[in-house]
Design a protein around this ligand. Sequence first.
Ligand SMILES: [Zn+2]
Length: 699
Amino acid sequence: MARLAQTKCCIICGHEVFRPRPRDEAIPALAWRQRYRIVYQDIHHVTRLSGLASHRDSRGHSWYAPWDHDDTREYSGIANLPERESIRVMDYRSSSENHLRYGFPAHENCWILLQKVYSPTPVPYDMLFNVCKSLEGPEPDRILDWGHDYGGALLVTHGDRVEGRNVDDIRDTAGFFHRDPCSSDEIEGLLRQSSETPPSGAEVSLETSLLKDPLASLPSDVRFLVANLLPTADLNALRLASRAFYFIFHEQSYWALRFAPGGERDWLFEATGIAKSQKVDWRSLYKTTSQFERLPPRLRNRSRIWNLAKLIKDATPSSPIASVTRPSIFGPDCEFDVWAEVTSSQLDTTRSSEDRPKVELPRQKFQLPGPLEEIKAYFIRLGPSEFISGITFLMTSNRSRHIGYKSGSVRKLKLREDPIGFNIQLEYLGILSIQAVYSNGDISEWLGDGFCMPTTRRLVLHDRITAVEGVFDGCKLIKLSFSRHPPKTMEEEETMSKRKSSVFHSGIWYPEMPGITANLNEKHAMLPYDFYPTLKGEAVSGSRYLPLCFTRFGGRQILGSLSTIRGNLNTAFALTYESDDSSPLEESWPRGYGYRATEHPCFQIDGKGGERFVRAIFTIEGDLKPNEEPFIHGVLSSAILITDRGRECELCDYGQQYDGVFNTIELKLQPLETITGIYGVPGGMSLGIVSEKANDTPP
Ligand SMILES: [Zn+2]
């Protein structure tokens, strides 16, 4: 673990710039990947790009780079320079005054490719620095990584599994990540292969087809322009459908444009220059570069890094946003408005701590006076997820309010009527998608991915929305709040406060939210109250991101065929169930936790014969004071589910080391209810029981 923890990776390609080596390992010859620049912030919070530096030695912990971009002295990591000239790399925790400069490294050759992608505009490295900071996690062994072959920026920890593969495995076996993306000999070789005399364009007679194919009557330069706007695969299809487009296939200028800036093969940008001195058969070059697997390894790495650089460009805002505070619009009428909020965990890392100064993040707050008609959200891709970077609220009479950035792609959601709130999907790094909720309980489609992500009802206010506030990091929305008018009656006030302190309403649920038929038995749930302070009646501010996993091992429909429950919450918060039905109903959960059902003990239940779970017994450690509630003040020691035949299924047993006082508590179900699921936090010694009315179960 220590190896990866200290490995520092290039922010563009994700491959190592620096890897600690054992003392006896020889220092290797300087390779392209040890020449780097650092995007850093100096002691006055000014962002700079360092001069060129190299790092071959693993023994030193400080990195040296000329502070000035134009400084032509090439510094080496082993140079005996004064400590004050160092830059702390990807480690903001250091409080030493000597290390007040800190930043993110990029290979010099990757930086050259990024400059090409941005050309003719310079790389906005101050914005890039902010994006990198936005991707940092709070754990010390987290590293910034731009996603290798996952397609974008991604934070990984040692041992993380991404799309079912171990990140370290991908690192070690990809085979070409260490190849220099700027080496020119492979490119020249490729061009030499394609520099034979280009074939002449075949003449195709159009006369016979003109009657049948109206496209043939278009002038050829118009047809050329049309073809140029199409992806190459579509042109190939069109060429088969209409002979009028056949000639394009032999048109060298068409294929040459594929390699021009903005074209699909623009990563081979040298081709345009070389073509001036020698004849290039562009069509043949297009064909040679078509199969990624058949490209020489350095070009494979270049194509990979080029695509990552494009993603970086898409995700990086072109200019910063400022806080908007208009106290005048929040007059006395709004003073008592009630706010609800969702916060990704990213906000935690920006909180001040002993060794980290507080960062002021831009906040934008607006009233939303009119009924909402449409919402437009901007999405940026970071690693496997798309995050919202900004939102525009369109109201009737053409008024609109925008919060945040306008970077990335934009998508719209037409609203059927003025909503009473929104369901929100979020994850550790930010907010993923939103869904309008209408007064009769109907919901809109998701604006965003909307697939199997932590989701919450927190922003459903059950009244019209009066104002919105967003908090943003360097590239995306990390906190979203809405407000409504204060309740008008005592009853309404009571309903609101009940909702706020219910886990059904305030929980962040994964992989899906519990439906209204699920009784969460909240009074008998051991929950992470630090993350859900309102459940204890404390203020919502400071509530943090922690999804509750929710699983039903059979709703009413499945109970009658349930045969096996497999799982143990000590090691993985997951249960699998099987049923006797002909359809395979096995469900592994929660997804993405690397849970393997076969490794866990199983409990056989005779669902077909009518056996049901009807009781739950918790054992709680702690010598509780008379008025203390065991589920808030105790520690969960064990939990078992008991069937109506008196058989016991053990869910967890944490208490082996404890020799103090135990409290045993039985969960009493509502009449006609049966246990159909559990919820809680993986590894968090937390547990809640889900029960449902089972009218169709035999008595
Ligand atoms: Zn790199």
